[in-house]
Design a protein around this ligand. Structure first.
Ligand SMILES: C[S@@+](CC[C@H](N)C(=O)[O-])C[C@H]1O[C@@H](n2cnc3c(N)ncnc32)[C@H](O)[C@@H]1O
Length: 323
């Protein structure tokens, strides 16, 4: 059990924007695919929804015990990766749902726990798993992966300009004698950089390395792709899918999938000169043509909101889809 007051540990981003795009009506069934500390779920409940809250982090789930109790049967929680949501969602709603929300990534609380290994601000084990009941830690990944593979993660997942030297140093460090804490890895990264480079940066030189490793450990882009495949099919007619992302690689996947589902992207012609194939009538419509970003006030008060992008999709109501 996590001994914290949930509302004090993680401030939900784009809360009022989510609320207005969700447009909940009393009795609707919503899935909060990333329950975290329940910030968005509180608003869904306040607007009268019944909520199934999913999280792959057991500590986050247990921190919502009081909220579950206060919701008096309107909030159920389930430990699962949202990539595996189809079965629990169908079991909970006996069919389709009115909305699904995903607020991707880790919470401020997770980042602040040295024991979880997400951050180098304090020393902790190099773990980085959101779900500590399964999977491989960041240390284990570094120990068994080839430096070339690690360098590719650094380049592709975090645009690290010194991916090669950092990857070689990090793999050698991980395979050497311990201790193997987050601070040790951060120091290894700094030592691998050209002299004077770190002083020119506006962020800690290990920030990109930690970001890439976290995305790799939790397969965050892969599970997002599964979510984008599964979630639209779980929506009832009129149902809404809202996704908040914090990384351009995530936002691009959300944007492209939503464009395809809503018929905004033209099908590709099979051969040059031939017309594109007839596109089926789209089953979905965009709720947002551009991503919704934080207001100046939120930017000032919640630094996490800086890179947040919210996009929404709506399944057509039954009569429109069959018209
Ligand atoms: C940014 S926080 C969500 C915060 C929440 N919206 C709130 O207001 O408190 C993301 C949460 O989603 C969880 N999470 C991230 N990826 C997940 C996944 N693939 N499946 C299930 N939970 C996930 C994390 O463990 C974390 O608790």
């Amino acid at each position: 059990m996590v001994n914290v007051a949930p509302s004090t540990v993680h401030v939900p981003v784009l809360a009022s924007e989510v609320r207005s795009l969700a447009a909940v009506t009393p009795g609707q069934r919503w899935v909060d695919a990333t329950l975290g500390f329940g910030g968005h779920t509180r608003a869904l409940l306040a607007d009268g929804a019944q909520v199934l809250g999913l999280d792959q982090d057991l500590e986050a789930l247990s921190a919502n015990a009081a909220l579950v109790e206060a919701a008096q049967g309107r909030l159920s929680v389930k430990h699962t990766n949202f990539a595996e949501m189809a079965e629990p969602v169908q079991a909970w709603a006996s069919g389709a749902v009115d909305g699904i929300l995903a607020d991707l990534g880790v919470s401020s609380w997770q980042l602040d726990q040295p024991a979880r290994g997400f951050s180098f601000q304090a020393d902790g084990p190099l773990d980085m798993r959101m779900d500590t009941t399964r999977g491989e830690t960041a240390l284990s990944l570094l120990q068994r992966s080839a430096p070339d593979v690690v360098a590719r993660w650094l380049r592709e997942l975090a645009e690290e300009p010194f991916a090669g030297p950092i990857a070689r140093a990090a793999c050698a460090w991980a395979r050497g004698e311990g201790p193997h804490g987050t601070r040790g890895l951060a120091q290894t990264v700094v030592a691998a950089l050209p002299r004077g480079y770190a002083a020119k940066l506006h962020h800690h030189p290990a920030t990109r390395t930690f970001q890439a490793l976290r995305l790799a450990v939790n397969a965050e882009l892969e599970v997002l792709e599964t979510l984008l495949d599964v979630a639209p099919k779980l929506l009832a007619p009129g149902g809404r899918l809202l996704i908040i992302s914090f990384h351009s690689l995530e936002d691009r996947r959300v944007k492209e999938t939503f464009a395809q589902l809503s018929g905004r992207r033209r099908p590709v012609a099979p051969r040059r000169g031939l017309p594109p194939p007839e596109a089926p009538e789209p089953e979905y419509a965009l709720l947002t043509t551009k991503p919704v970003t934080a207001s100046p006030l939120e930017l000032e008060t919640n630094p996490r909101s800086r890179s947040a992008k919210l996009r929404g999709l709506r399944r057509h109501a039954a009569e429109v889809a069959s018209a």
